[in-house]
Design a protein around this ligand. Structure first.
Ligand SMILES: Cc1ncc(COP(=O)(O)O)c(C=O)c1O
Length: 389
């Protein structure tokens, strides 16, 4: 089997599994005041310190959530509502058009039911935010902007966003910026304090940690209106029993990912470059999507002319290579990716997308398998496409 879908989820590392195995054996709710509870609490706070060190923030700025999706929901809904409560004239919500659905759908929901004035910031042909467009949008009426959300790197085409420029521009007008950094932990250096962000979403399972745990990193004076109500855990920002073993696993994953960042990225990007060069040399109608150089080290994203991505995916899977089309299909119906459409591709071209995402366990044998399999897979997918037409 050749697993090349690390952007969907990456296998847990041995240190993570060992740390969690030990943590699962510790009994106690971290909010209980007896000694068992205090032991569990100590493990949570040590893990919080490790996560904070890995992303360059103060431990008090880490609010654990059930993952990236919840952190994005809390950021978009909670920060917009907080702004509204303090500054009722600030109702515009600016989000990039290539955000993950956790951001985009939260923003749409706020526009449909809460009165947020949603505007999508366009991207260029590489999926990179157009700073000229953002600048024009803000300058139209800076005092009406509640929040800007721009992801650190795109999960489909891998393009890195000009976040420093976004934050510098927003700072001129006192507008808070949120960034979904789910794909970048262990892939690019992340320093929350230096970034100037008001809020940042992270998730454990994309870098060797367990599924179902993540965090919203929040500057200390930034307090979103909670989305979940209950026991008042996590500074009353995120209620719910604190899942100590998952948090311990997340800390081990972040520590490992950050410690190995340089060597990992050098190895993975060279494997990826090899994969890209060899796929393009096959002359199977592949076009590389996303920014040619400023992209995630493990991401290679192509469209194949005349093919359906789903057919390619199934045929690759039958040949032992696991990849992704990059976008979710709704109710089993293949949809052209909103990211590729925002980049200006037509729907037919966009439906031929295939994302290869490399990670810690990837080797040259995986790349060889892709290159060996692709010509036949593309030919069969193209024929199937013609029959279905
Ligand atoms: C950019 C991005 N944001 C958010 C998420 C959602 O994170 P989680 O799976 O932890 O809910 C993902 C996962 O696919 C992602 O790639």
């Amino acid at each position: 089997m050749h697993y090349l879908d690390h952007a969907a989820t990456s296998p847990m590392t041995s240190p993570v599994i060992n740390a969690m195995d030990a943590a699962f054996r510790v009994v106690g709710n971290p909010s209980s005041v007896h000694s068992a509870g205090r032991t569990a609490r100590r493990l949570v706070e040590e893990a919080r310190e490790a996560v904070a060190a890995a992303v360059g923030c103060h431990p008090a700025e880490v609010v654990f959530t059930s993952g990236g999706t919840e952190a994005d929901n809390l950021a978009i809904k909670g920060l917009w509502l907080q702004q509204q409560a303090r500054h009722p004239h600030r109702s515009r919500l600016l989000v990039s058009s290539v955000e993950h659905h956790a951001v985009l759908d939260s923003a749409n929901w706020m526009a449909a039911g809460e009165g947020a004035l949603l505007e999508q910031i366009p991207v260029d042909e590489f999926g990179v935010l157009r700073m000229d467009a953002l600048s024009a949008m803000i300058e139209r009426d800076p005092a009406s902007v509640a929040l800007i959300s721009v992801m650190w790197a795109n999960n489909e085409v891998g393009s890195l966003q000009p976040l420093a420029e976004v934050v510098a521009l927003a700072a001129q007008y006192g507008i808070p910026v949120h960034s979904d950094a789910v794909q970048v932990i262990g892939a690019v250096p992340v320093d929350f304090r230096a970034s100037g962000l008001a809020a940042m979403t992270v998730s454990a399972h994309k870098c060797g940690g367990p599924m179902g745990i993540g965090a919203l990193v929040l500057q200390r004076d930034v307090t979103p209106i909670p989305v979940l109500h209950g026991g008042g855990q996590e500074r009353d920002i995120r209620s719910g029993t604190i899942p100590m073993p998952l948090i311990v696993g997340m800390a081990a994953a972040f520590e490992g990912a950050v410690a190995e960042l340089d060597s990992h990225c050098a190895r993975i990007s060279s494997l990826r470059d090899d994969l890209v060069a060899r796929v393009l040399a096959l002359e199977v109608g592949a076009a590389l999507r996303g920014h040619p150089t400023r992209r995630l080290p493990g991401n290679a994203h192509f469209t194949f002319s005349g093919c359906e991505g789903d057919a390619l995916l199934m045929l690759m899977d039958a040949g032992g290579v696991q990849v992704s089309t990059g976008s979710a299909c709704s109710a089993g119906i293949p949809q052209a990716s909103h990211v590729l459409l925002a980049m200006g591709l037509d729907a037919a071209t966009a439906r031929g997308a295939l994302r290869f995402s490399l990670g810690r366990t990837s080797t040259m044998a995986d790349v060889d398998a892709v290159v060996g399999l692709l010509p036949e897979v593309v030919e069969r997918a193209r024929k199937a496409g013609m029959i279905n037409r």
